[in-house]
Design a protein around this ligand. Sequence first.
Ligand SMILES: *[C@@H]1O[C@H](CO)[C@@H](O)[C@H](O)[C@H]1NC(C)=O
Ligand SMILES: *[C@@H]1O[C@H](CO)[C@@H](O)[C@H](O)[C@H]1NC(C)=O
Ligand SMILES: *[C@@H]1O[C@H](CO)[C@@H](O)[C@H](O)[C@H]1NC(C)=O
Ligand SMILES: *[C@@H]1O[C@H](CO)[C@@H](O)[C@H](O)[C@H]1NC(C)=O
Ligand SMILES: *[C@@H]1O[C@H](CO)[C@@H](O)[C@H](O)[C@H]1NC(C)=O
Length: 570
Amino acid sequence: MRTYTGAFVMTHVFVLLQGVAHAAVECTGTFNKISASDYVAAINPGWNLGNTLDAIPNEGSWNNPPVRAETFTDIKAAGFQSVRIPVTYADHFVGTSPGWEIDSDWLQRVSDVVDMALNAGLYVLTNVHHDSWQWADISATGANLTAIEERMYQTWFQIGSKLGCKSSSVAFEPINEPPVNTEEQAAELNKINGIFLEALKDSGGFNTERVVTLVGPSMDSIKTSKWFKAPTGYDNPWALQYHYYSPYDFIFSAWGKTILSDQDIATIETDLENIRANFTGVPLVLGEFDASPLNTEPAARRKYMDVVIRKAKELNTAVMVWDNGLDHFDRNTKQWKDQQSLEILLNAAGGVSNSLSGYTTDASATEQSSSAYVFYKVGDNVTDQKISISLNGNTLKSISTEEGTDLTPSTDYTASGGDITFTSSFLSTYFSSSGSPGSKANLTLTFSAGATASVNLVQWDLPKLGSTSSTAVSGADLRIPVTWAGINQPAAVKMRRSDGVYLFDDWTQYLGPLQAGYTTFDGQWSWDGSDLILRATTVNAVIAAGVATTFTFDFFPRVAGNSLNYTLNV
Ligand SMILES: *[C@@H]1O[C@H](CO)[C@@H](O)[C@H](O)[C@H]1NC(C)=O
Ligand SMILES: *[C@@H]1O[C@H](CO)[C@@H](O)[C@H](O)[C@H]1NC(C)=O
Ligand SMILES: *[C@@H]1O[C@H](CO)[C@@H](O)[C@H](O)[C@H]1NC(C)=O
Ligand SMILES: *[C@@H]1O[C@H](CO)[C@@H](O)[C@H](O)[C@H]1NC(C)=O
Ligand SMILES: *[C@@H]1O[C@H](CO)[C@@H](O)[C@H](O)[C@H]1NC(C)=O
């Protein structure tokens, strides 16, 4: 129940509010006030309802269907304690300055979705999301800061009024990843955190007692450490939120990077330690991070999840994984795309040690191995094959097939610490030298504690291309028909002009052999079930360069002999 008093809140009104009438919300019932540190402890781990209410212009515009209540039940059942609900308001304003009225249907929808999550037993963190690079971009040339401040206040006043009587399980975040490049812009963002709190105060309800997660510049840990200053004079219990998508090249499959190196792991740990050291005593939320099953190598990805979440846990930081709908949880089939990533996340967030598949960690390697697989090449004789697991204090309990049959030690495999050798007699039940390529089985390794590990038994051959060259045609993606033969996606794509210069980022010549001349997934190349895809940007770059360019597609496993060339002539 909530009632609107109709009283004008004029006592602490901003100058910029002159002339705009505001009513504060009053709530019946009680509010079980929770401290920011208790809140942060309770929400770990959390899940992001990505690309949904934050889609532009509307819910359903991007790759997800409209929210269904059952998604939250599924998320809670999977083991998450909280959901971050990003919301973009930019396309839902029905008024202009100075009132910036938001469409009441949209506010109602946000309120209803928040209730769905609360009904599933989840804590909720909601925000103003992609507005950060639309009307609220304080870093934009010529940005009218007065207008941004006015609109932020009005937006949060209305959200605060609408959601003001929700329980203490609901927390607010002012703005997602606000772009900030200078100290001056950072000062403006600090001010905006205060305007957000002012609007909440004015909006009434339980909003002055409610937990908020304030935000630093770009929600980047380094800029936040350097420039964030909490507003003073407000009562709200507050935590600080930051995001982490580093190393960028690994997370976004840039420059051929499929390896997470030991150096990368050390850097991740230092980054998380640094922001903690800058904000001792402040509850911290890592509100977004991700390594997507869509484009990262499984063993490296699982290591990444473990390192980030384990370190965050050690530093008393709650984690909320980003999921744009294509990443982790398939909301339609209710399947997790990488069961091991989920298990690793839950166990690491619970402080339980995980055993992890070994993989190449040397950034200067010429080939990449991964114990998330046993790879077998068509035409090779079946021999014993070894994988390695970092047990991390656990012991191997069993290895089972999808049918639930346990493998027999010594007959099917031998184990010595984390070294597990599958016998040729066992592997022969799946592989033969004349067998067809493809994934033959997934084995599940169970340990004394922590996540399971999986091993995908894959027979591979070189894929076949529908053609090996063409003449560049400007303006459109180039689709090259492919017949897959093992893992149905490219690992990385190298682009070398006939004059020896790399098509993009010639500086990559200084990187290791698996990265020199290699390019970036999605922006420069992609794939689907039937085609390798070179983006229009790439085709246009060849035309602009005016020289034929050879594209080397590497597949998994990244070993000698598992690459194909395609030449684009001009
Ligand atoms: C900036 O925004 C304020 C508030 O909306 C408005 O009054 C002012 O005219 C704007 N300034 C410019 C230069 O557009
Ligand atoms: C704060 O963070 C910065 C940047 O990450 C780091 O260089 C610095 O050492 C940190 N400060 C403390 C006190 O650890
Ligand atoms: C497979 O084994 C046979 C018999 O030992 C041998 O003649 C052949 O060369 C092997 N083939 C390969 C590809 O290693
Ligand atoms: C093994 O798991 C992978 C990844 O989920 C999947 O693509 C593949 O189809 C599975 N193999 C079998 C035989 O089910
Ligand atoms: C692909 O082309 C490169 C030159 O760009 C060459 O060095 C390499 O051997 C070729 N690879 C294959 C598989 O033909």
